[in-house]
Structure formats: structure tokens, C-alpha cells
Design a binder for this molecule. Structure first.
Ligand SMILES: Cc1cc2nc3c(=O)[nH]c(=O)nc-3n(C[C@H](O)[C@H](O)[C@H](O)COP(=O)(O)O)c2cc1C
Length: 347
């Protein structure tokens, strides 16, 4: 898996049940490496002993080395239990990557989700932390939070961006509003051998205007290409996003004003980007996270070896809701994209 930006390029390697996973990267900005800060950031993605979280416990402590201009981060996979998948040999889990991966390379062993596992987002967080640190030195803040879980709707930038939303992650919280009800929604789904999805929002303050470009230079394109690397993300929108489809131009447009000699926008339904270029307004975006595909409930699938229909009950250790753990990963993806676009402008 390789991503190539204008300045930053990186490759994530490994699989969920391999001895290790990791990332190699070039073109990263030079930042003073803060081990405690990185550890706190990685901790936000780590599985916790919580209702929504897998029982798989990983330390997620990266070993980081630099040689010339290349960074290498290695994370050991400690808590591997492939036996959970023995009964599922040749049987794809509905809506996981199993069947699509079988079509790609003929595989029948779907242990741990292979390279499609959410585990592979840990190395992305290492790079994301570096990108966030670089942006932060320039007064740019990248903040994400859970805004919806199942049918519970919490804080959204659509009602105005607040400090609670921006600081939730820094305080180690995943949602600034209605977290209790969200947890109940997850617990209810898990008790019914089911899973729930949700919506993560992200806001970027302090990002300069004029960064990005038309066509292949699009900032929305660059950000989205990294957000879609995150497994389980099935939708991305900027500003008012899909609601823009039902608005009139007079409602959707963000009027411009001069206030105290400075240009300001009256509102921000474009999400801070026009024509693929940042317009100086806050960048706001949201992602839709699907319910975890691996559910314990009985489901229909097929046995690819015997070519017959089967009913499966997935054992294994799975998050009943991926949404809280994906929050720092969204910050990481957005920060890498925005750092790359900014580095391109630096001489
Ligand atoms: C942090 C994180 C943890 C995940 N944990 C699980 C899990 O425990 N069980 C599962 O079936 N899927 C899990 N996923 C989602 C699957 O990896 C994903 O749905 C699958 O690869 C198919 O990709 P798609 O949903 O993007 O199409 C997780 C995703 C993330 C980001």
C-alpha cells in the first residue's frame, strides 16, 4: 500500500496477524520528535477495555528510526489469535474485504482481515502525529470528534464550530456531546450480537488560504484519497456536503464581507475549500463509518471451496463500533494531506 503526495510518500506494510506492521516514509517535514505526545496520540486509537472495543489488546508502541531522509516505524503485533478464524477458512465474512480480496488474488485464508485490518491504521497515526506537529508549529490545529453513533446525534460543526469540538481529542475524549447515549447505543448493538456505525467530523483552524489547486491539485481530492485509506470509511463530505444537493444557490453560497480590513465569510457551507483550493475559512469535513462488518449474529455466506451456501456465526474479537477508535486516524489522514499541500508551497 503506497501513497504518493507532492512531497510526502509512504508505504504501509504488514498484516493483522503478521509478526509486525509498519510504515516507511520520505519527504516528511522536520519536526522535533516528542515521544510522550506520540504515545498519547497512539493511545487514542488503541483498543480499550470498553463496550465498543475489540478484546484484542496491543501495546502499539512504535520503534522509530531514521536513515538519511527515510523514516521507519515498526509496531510489533503481540496479541495475535488466528485460531478464531480456523472455522472461516474459505468462507468470506459479508461486507469485510474477504470476498473482494479472494477475487483479487485467490486467497482463502481471511485471518484477521489481512492487510485490510483496522490494525494497519496504527502506522498511519505515527505519520499523522508528525504531520500534526508540523502544522501545529504554524498555528494550524486539526481536530476530529465523534458526531454521531447509530441514531444518536451529537456535536456538529453544522451548528457552529465550538472549542468543545476542537479540544475533545486533546482532552482524550472522543465525543464532546451525548457520549453516554452513544455508549448505550453501542452496548445495545453488542448485546444483540450486532454492530453500529457513525459519523466523525473534523475541523482544521488556521490553515492558510490559496493552498491546493484545480484538477489533480485539488485539496479535497488529496484529503479524500487519504481518508479512503481508512477501512470502514464509506463516505466523505466537505462543509454541508451531501445536503448541498438539496439547497438553492442563495442558501448554499457563503457570502464574503470585509470586517476590520480583513476578508471574512458569513458562513461556511463549502467547508473552507473552493475549486480545490483552501479559501482561508476553517476546513470542515465529515466521514461516514460503516457498522463493523464482523458481527456475532448468524449471517448468510458461501463456502468458496465447496461452492455451497452456508450460515456463519463469527467468533473472533471485534469492535462493536469502530467509530471512536477511528477519530485519531481521521486527524492523521487530514494532517498528512494538509502538510503535504503546504510543504509543496515551501521553498
Ligand atoms: C480502527 C479500526 C478497527 C476495525 N476493527 C474491525 C473489527 O474488529 N472487525 C471488523 O470486521 N472490521 C473492523 N474494521 C473495519 C474493516 O477493516 C473494514 O470494514 C474492511 O476492511 C472492509 O473495508 P471497507 O469497509 O472500507 O469496504 C476496523 C476498521 C478500523 C479503522
Amino acid at each position: 500500500m503506497k501513497w504518493k503526495g507532492d512531497k510526502i510518500e509512504f508505504e504501509v506494510y504488514g498484516t493483522s496477524h503478521a509478526p509486525e506492521i509498519g510504515v516507511t516514509a520520505k519527504g516528511l517535514p522536520e519536526v522535533a520528535f516528542d515521544a510522550a505526545g506520540l504515545s498519547a496520540f497512539m493511545d487514542r486509537r488503541r483498543a480499550k477495555k470498553a463496550a465498543y472495543s475489540t478484546a484484542r489488546m496491543e501495546g502499539d508502541i512504535p520503534e522509530i528510526s531514521f536513515s538519511e531522509d527515510e523514516l521507519r516505524a515498526v509496531i510489533k503485533n503481540g496479541d495475535v489469535k488466528s485460531s478464531d478464524y480456523n472455522e472461516l477458512y474459505g468462507i468470506p465474512r459479508p461486507s469485510h474485504a474477504d470476498y473482494a480480496a479472494h477475487l483479487m488474488d485467490g486467497r482463502l485464508d481471511f485471518s484477521g482481515g489481512g492487510e485490510f485490518s483496522g490494525r494497519l491504521t496504527a502506522p498511519l497515526c505515527v505519520l499523522g502525529y508528525m504531520a500534526k506537529s508540523y502544522l501545529s508549529k504554524k498555528g494550524i490545529r486539526v481536530s476530529a470528534w465523534v458526531s454521531e453513533v447509530g441514531r444518536v446525534k451529537g456535536a456538529t460543526y453544522r451548528n457552529g464550530l465550538t472549542e468543545e469540538m476542537l479540544s475533545a481529542g486533546e482532552k482524550g475524549e472522543w465525543s464532546p456531546l451525548r457520549k453516554g447515549e452513544m455508549l448505550e447505543e453501542i452496548t445495545r448493538a453488542a448485546a444483540e450480537k450486532d454492530s453500529v456505525g457513525g459519523r466523525i467530523e473534523c475541523a482544521v483552524t488556521g490553515y492558510p488560504g490559496g493552498i491546493g489547486g484545480g484538477l489533480f491539485g485539488s485539496l479535497e481530492g488529496k484529503i479524500s484519497s487519504l481518508l479512503y485509506l481508512i477501512p470502514a470509511i464509506k463516505g466523505v463530505e466537505f462543509g454541508a456536503g451531501f445536503d448541498l444537493a438539496n439547497m438553492r444557490g442563495s442558501e448554499a453560497n457563503d457570502p464574503l464581507r470585509v470586517e476590520g480590513g480583513k476578508v471574512a465569510f458569513i458562513k461556511n457551507d463549502a467547508g473552507g475549500i473552493n475549486g480545490g483550493i483552501s479559501n482561508g475559512n476553517d476546513i470542515t469535513l465529515a466521514v461516514a463509518v460503516r457498522p463493523t462488518p464482523s458481527i456475532a449474529r448468524k449471517q448468510q455466506s458461501i463456502d468458496l471451496v465447496k461452492r455451497e451456501n452456508v450460515e456463519i456465526e463469527i467468533k473472533g474479537r471485534h469492535d462493536a463500533c469502530i467509530v471512536p477508535r477511528a477519530v485519531p486516524v481521521v486527524e492523521a489522514a487530514v494532517a498528512i494531506a494538509l502538510a503535504d499541500a503546504l510543504l509543496k508551497e515551501e521553498k
